[in-house]
Ligand binder design. Structure first.
Ligand code: PLP
Length: 459
């Protein structure tokens, strides 16, 4: 045991915004927790960086050994407004003191309705909308599928290569990648069909041709092998998340939307990772000029509390019979209070514009790293959702080993970074939208250094 006086400091924006290493990472207290965890927690649940968190806020995470790490992950795009944001924490404690649960399906309350009103107002399109609240992203996606099938009377759901939509049985079927998400967990739900994704970096005909060509292939596949009249919905992430922050080639999503409209198919945008200002817009669909029929949200919605939603055209959402949607905890009042405070904070602090502005900083730093490094195959993303794809220099062969080395080096230097990608060869950057610009630069200095040190390690 060290004698560092860490009495679980309060988190939130008051935490010193600095990288501070006082032990190795993970330090002795973190290792103690890790030993308990290995003995108590199922090993199928793994952690990227096994420190013992005691506080977090702004752009830092503090561990039990007194180390302060720069957070470039936001708990996977969740704490867009920062950890323990003071108004979110205040709203949570006030609501918890008033009442913690009644079940909205038994005796309703204002917070749920307020969240629905915000979502209906903020999501793309000025048509009349309705929302329903759930607990997790996967649950929202499942409900979007239920609603789409019910409203159209059709069963087939079309998803994309490299897609990620969750870990429940239906959402495993919707997700593309086998290891670790699906391997050994089948059989999977039927009536799910996968079509080509416009992946500019890896498109055989080149990035410029990618959007139109991939759309044509996807539509041809739907027409000939699924049958357009059987399709209830096409489900897409407007920027793919776990798949590697793939921004669809220009024209791809608008072409799919047009095909949907011509064929009575619903276009469903999974904005669970891209939502709530992350990409420099409230929702990433706005970059594409598209208006989805249904939108799923979660992650960034409630400053870290579990909450998710489906928002969509009133006539579709209201097509389901009374009692057909819901769940015991969906739209929990404490989570709703956090969501209202989070949405108000994004508005008040101008965090959408801040994500766009810091995104240009992030992009220029990543581009600069790419100029010096033949292994940086691609730099992509929008706002504060950007990534680098690592390959063997001079090829497009994925280099997942180098990603592992870079991540390990960043972690040892006190910067929380995450991997991603179908081939495990992507490093993604998801800092809180409130991170200080200096801290972002310092985190990226560590990344640049880790990249330089790993050069040639896996050729
Ligand atoms: C994280 C994620 C999900 C699943 O959300 P959970 O809350 O983990 O169930 C679904 N879709 C996308 C795009 C995601 O990023």
């Amino acid at each position: 045991m060290t004698d560092i006086a860490i009495q679980t400091p309060l988190g939130g924006p008051t935490l010193p915004q600095e990288r501070r290493l006082v032990t190795e990472i993970p330090g002795p207290r973190s290792l103690e927790l890790h030993a308990r965890r290995v003995a108590a927690v199922a090993s199928g649940v793994s952690s990227t960086l096994p420190i013992a968190v005691v506080a977090a806020g702004g752009g830092v995470i503090v561990d039990a050994d007194g180390n302060s790490l720069i957070d470039l992950g936001s708990g996977i795009a969740v704490v867009n407004v920062g950890n323990a944001a003071s108004n979110v924490a205040a709203a949570v404690s006030a609501q918890a003191a008033a009442f913690t649960h009644t079940c909205f399906m038994v005796t309703p309350y204002e917070g749920y309705v307020a969240v629905a009103e915000h979502l209906n107002r903020l999501t793309p399109g000025d048509h009349e909308k309705r929302s329903a609240l759930f607990n997790s992203g996967a649950e929202a996606v499942e409900n979007a599928v239920k609603i789409a099938r019910h409203a159209t009377g059709r069963t087939a759901i079309v998803v994309l290569e490299h897609a990620y939509h969750g870990r429940t049985n239906l959402t495993m079927a919707l997700t593309a990648k086998s290891m670790p998400y699906k391997a050994g967990f089948g059989p999977f739900a039927p009536e799910v069909y996968r079509v080509p994704m416009a992946y500019p970096y890896r498109w055989p005909g080149g990035a410029d041709a990618c959007g139109p060509e991939a759309a044509a292939q996807a539509i041809d596949h739907i027409r000939t092998e699924i049958g357009a009249t059987n399709v209830a919905a096409i489900l897409v992430e407007p920027i793919q998340g776990e798949g590697g922050f793939i921004v669809p080639g220009a024209g791809y999503l608008p072409a799919l939307v047009e095909f949907c409209q011509a064929n009575g198919i619903l276009f469903v945008a999974d904005e669970i990772q891209t939502g709530f200002g992350r990409t420099g817009r409230w929702f990433a669909s706005e970059h594409e000029g598209i208006v989805p029929d249904l939108i799923t949200t979660a992650k960034g919605i409630a400053g870290g509390l579990p909450l998710a939603a489906v928002t969509g055209r009133a006539e579709l959402m209201d097509a389901v019979h009374a009692g057909g949607l819901g769940g015991t905890y969906g739209g929990n009042p404490v989570a709703c209070a956090a969501a209202v405070a989070t949405i108000e904070m994004i508005d008040r602090e101008g965090l959408v514009a801040r994500a766009e502005q810091l995104g240009t900083v992030l992009r220029s730093r990543l581009n600069a790293m790419g100029v010096e490094d033949g292994g940086l195959g691609d730099v992509r993303g929008r706002g504060l959702m950007q990534a680098i794809e690592l390959v063997k220099p001079g090829t497009t062969t994925p280099d997942p080993d180098r990603v592992k080395a870079v991540l390990a080096s960043c972690h040892a230097q006190g910067v929380v970074t995450l991997g991603a990608g179908t081939y495990g060869n992507v490093i993604r950057f998801l800092p809180p939208l409130v991170i200080g610009e200096d801290l972002l630069h310092e985190g990226l200095d560590v990344v640049a250094d880790a990249l330089a040190r790993s050069e040639g390690t896996s050729i």
